[in-house]
Design a protein around this ligand. Structure first.
Ligand SMILES: Cc1cc2nc3c(=O)[nH]c(=O)nc-3n(C[C@H](O)[C@H](O)[C@H](O)COP(=O)(O)O)c2cc1C
Length: 208
C-alpha cells in the first residue's frame, strides 16, 4: 500500500503514541522501508546509520525499563526502531566506494583520491566530532524513515527520551561503537496524533 501524495504524507504526519496492537509489520516490508530511508544523504556518503528493529516481546521487554515515559509506544507499536550511529563507519568506506566504481557511479581515480583523503580524515576525528557527524547523518535517515512509513500506511513517533547510556549494551552492541540517535515507534495509529503548533517562517528564517 503506497501513498504517493507527498503533501498528505508531509502535512498529516503526527507523532502517534498509541498504536493498534494487532498490526505487525512483515520483515520484508520493514527492510523495504529502511532501504528507502537510506537514500538519505550523508557526509562523504559514509552512511553511518544502523537500525535495530525491536519487534519481539522479548526485545520490547528489554526496552521497557529504558524508555522512561514512552512505555505506551513500546507496548502498542509494531516495532521500536532504534537508530544508532556507527562511530566506526569508515570501515565500510572501501566497500561503498568500490561498489560505486563497479556500478559505474564513480570513476576509479576519483575513488582512489576520495578514499586516500576521507578515511584518514575520518579516523583522525575526535569522538565529539564523529558523534556530531553520525547524529546529523542518522537523523536525516530517521526523518526519511518516518515519511516512508507514512507512504506505506504506517504512523510513527520519534523518541529521544530513553537511557542512552544503557541501550546498546542491553542489546549486546558495542557501546563505544554504536551511538544511540533516536528510537522511532512505528505501527498503525489507534489514537490519532495531536496537531502541533509551528513558529512562523519569519521567526525561524532570515534572508540576507
Ligand atoms: C529528537 C526527538 C525526540 C523526541 N522525543 C520524544 C519522546 O521521548 N516522547 C514522545 O512522546 N515524543 C517525542 N518526540 C515527539 C515530539 O514531541 C513531536 O515531534 C513534536 O511535539 C511535534 O509533533 P508532531 O511530531 O506530531 O509533528 C520527539 C521528537 C524528536 C524529533
Amino acid at each position: 500500500m503506497i501513498n504517493n501524495n507527498f503533501e498528505d504524507i508531509l502535512m498529516n504526519r503526527k507523532s502517534v503514541k498509541v498504536f493498534d496492537e494487532q498490526v505487525k509489520i512483515p520483515e520484508e516490508e520493514m527492510q523495504e522501508m529502511i532501504q528507502k530511508a537510506t537514500k538519505a544523504p550523508s557526509s562523504v556518503n559514509m552512511q553511518p546509520w544502523r537500525f535495530l528493529v525491536v519487534q519481539s516481546e522479548e526485545g520490547k521487554d528489554k526496552l521497557r525499563p529504558l524508555i522512561r515515559f514512552n512505555t505506551r509506544q513500546n507496548d502498542t507499536s509494531a516495532a521500536m526502531v532504534v537508530v544508532f550511529g556507527d562511530m566506526h563507519n569508515y570501515e565500510f568506506g572501501e566497500e561503498i566506494y568500490n561498489n560505486a566504481v563497479a556500478h559505474g557511479m564513480m570513476p576509479e581515480d576519483v575513488k582512489e583520491e576520495m578514499l586516500a583523503k576521507v578515511i584518514p580524515y575520518y579516523k583522525s576525528l575526535s569522538k565529539a566530532e564523529m558523534n556530531d557527524i553520525v547524529k546529523i547523518d542518522s537523523s536525516l535517515a530517521a526523518m526519511q524513515f518516518m515519511l516512508v512509513a507514512r507512504a506505506y500506511g504506517y504512523d510513527t513517533n520519534p523518541i529521544g527520551g530513553f537511557e542512552r547510556d544503557q541501550i546498546a549494551q542491553a542489546f549486546d552492541l558495542d557501546e563505544e561503537r554504536y551511538e544511540p540517535v533516536m528510537i522511532i515507534a512505528i505501527g498503525k495509529e489507534k489514537n490519532p496524533g495531536h496537531d502541533s503548533y509551528r513558529l512562523s517562517t519569519d521567526q525561524v528564517t532570515r534572508f540576507v
